[in-house]
Design a protein around this ligand. Structure first.
Ligand SMILES: Nc1ncnc2c1ncn2[C@@H]1O[C@H](COP(=O)(O)OP(=O)(O)O)[C@@H](O)[C@H]1O
Ligand SMILES: [Mg+2]
Length: 281
């Protein structure tokens, strides 16, 4: 799959006249990478994702795909949606067909593809999201985590180069989060750029290659350890510092961790601690 670079420049967007949720927001989604979009509740993450997908037209600024400005015409939006797909936070806003397979085939059918091509795309998307066993099931009988993965499969069947996921792990139990992240890893291996919004700083630290924080109607972007170690920024954004950076920095100050990158999660932290004879690892 060819990588396409999605970006936003100086976006202003909102829902009421004169009250912008975003104002001067710029963002570059690095092609082929994993970007976590962080922000407190109500900061504007969903609004930004909707602008990037074309479902909300900004009042000012531009969304760019490989430098070409998104045009909010029928043609412009249709072309954009073949490359950039948004999966809504609530799967029930997205799933409406009788069965899983029907739901996932909706987008490819709409593209005017032939029966065989649709079947191939549906099978591929269901397998990537590990919901192939559910193909014949009615969507309303599925668990919340299964419905979330089926909703993602529907977007994946469009073979977008950029997949925008609004809070894909919200409301999932830990094993469903693990399954969702494994599915995203398989997807990224196919060459898809993945953007995930979340307010979970610990998840963002361990998952993302790049972080963007929505704060004061703008976006601050950078490498995970840099952005998530910036206490002043985190306070402005009403986010906590990830526990792994706090504990890692303390252990380093105590001389228990070697120099280098701080651990991003429990496994990395344990692996970087010194071994002691007689203490099992
Ligand atoms: N459809 C809407 N109509 C009016 N206001 C909205 C709408 N959607 C969101 N908002 C408001 O815009 C702000 C940002 O919302 P949102 O982008 O959903 O934030 P987040 O996804 O970070 O929680 C909030 O103050 C929210 O109340
Ligand atoms: Mg939201």
């Amino acid at each position: 799959m060819t990588h396409r670079c999605l970006a936003a420049e100086g976006l202003a967007a909102g829902y009421e006249r004169g009250r912008h949720v975003l104002d001067g927001a710029s963002l570059t989604v690095p092609a082929g990478r994993r970007l976590a979009l962080l922000g407190a509740n109500g900061s504007g993450k969903t609004t930004l994702l909707r602008c990037l997908s074309g479902s909300l037209e900004p009042a000012a600024g531009a969304v760019l795909l490989d430098g070409a400005r998104l045009q909010h015409t029928r043609r412009g939006l249709r072309a954009h949606r073949q490359e950039v797909q948004l999966v809504l936070q609530d799967p029930d806003d997205q799933l409406f067909s009788a069965s899983v397979a029907q739901d996932v085939s909706f987008g490819p059918l709409n593209l005017g593809l032939g029966e065989d091509a649709v079947r191939e795309r549906v099978a591929e998307a269901l397998a990537l999201l590990a919901v192939d066993g559910l193909a014949a099931r009615p969507t309303h009988q599925l668990s919340y985590g299964e419905r979330k993965r089926v909703a993602i499969a529907g977007a994946v069947a469009m073979r977008p180069c950029v997949l925008l996921l609004d809070e894909p792990t919200a409301g999932l139990d830990p094993s469903a989060v693990t399954e969702a992240l494994a599915a995203l890893a398989r997807l990224q291996a196919t060459g898809t750029t993945v953007v995930m919004s979340t307010h979970d700083v610990d998840l963002a630290l361990r998952w993302a290659d790049e972080i963007a924080v929505v704060v004061d109607r703008r976006v601050v972007q950078g490498r995970p350890a840099e952005v998530l170690g910036d206490d002043a920024l985190l306070a402005r954004a009403r986010l906590d510092r990830p526990w792994a950076l706090t504990v890692g920095a303390r252990l380093r100050a105590l001389g228990l961790l070697p120099a280098g990158a701080l651990p991003r999660d429990a496994a990395e932290l344990l692996a970087s601690l010194p071994a002691r004879p007689g203490v099992p690892t």
